[in-house]
Design a protein around this ligand. Structure first.
Ligand code: ZN
Length: 197
């Protein structure tokens, strides 16, 4: 196998230019073909004419596979039982059944992962009395993006522990939907429920 180094150049077919072009090997974030995710920081052949990734060298395959696994793996955690109750109540508030809970959590995690201002509030929520209790109920979230979203949110919120992070998100949902109802968000989530239910 020929190993490409960053900075190496060669001629290769570029799908975007539909021609043979000079490509330069560089570190790039490469999206999956189906747009469902992204492989971060792999060596890829970048077309020097159009700037698009033209070639993924074979050596990057293990890194891609690893990333795919990370993205497909469910996020498993254990939280205090009353947290599951809070999520069920929040779901009911939206006119949904407990089946909606994983989607509700994923929606929040995804939103928070791109909202630094809201993400830092998670730490404060964890000081609540409701954040305590024996972690005895399983919480499982599946999906390709959930792993990435959680990593992003850990960075933004400065909460490294997945369980603590999820507890913070549960308490934010509790707050937005039940304690200080955020009418706008509730309306949005209700339409979301109507769409997926
Ligand atoms: Zn090109």
């Amino acid at each position: 196998m020929i190993i490409c180094k960053v900075g190496d150049e060669e001629k290769a077919e570029c799908g975007m230019c539909e021609a043979f072009r000079m490509v330069s090997y560089q570190l790039r974030d490469v999206p999956f073909d189906d747009g469902s995710g992204i492989v971060k920081n792999i060596i890829a052949g970048v077309c020097k004419t159009c700037g698009n990734v033209a070639v993924i060298p074979f050596q990057s395959v293990p890194a891609i596979k690893k990333q795919l696994q990370v993205q497909r793996k469910a996020v498993e955690s254990r939280v205090p039982a009353h947290m599951i109750d809070l999520l069920n109540l929040a779901s009911a508030e939206l006119g949904a059944t407990p089946d909606f809970v994983p989607l509700l959590l994923k929606y929040y995690i995804h939103q928070l992962a791109s909202d630094p201002e809201a993400a830092v509030r998670l730490v404060t929520l964890l000081t609540s009395e409701l954040a305590t209790g024996l972690a005895n109920k399983r919480l499982s979230l599946k999906g390709r993006e959930i792993g990435n979203d959680i990593e992003k949110l850990k960075g933004l919120s400065q909460i490294d522990n997945t369980t603590e992070l999820l507890k913070g998100v549960v308490l934010m949902i509790h707050n937005d939907l039940l304690v200080e109802p955020d009418a706008q968000r509730i309306a949005l989530l209700k339409s979301f429920v109507a769409t997926v239910a």
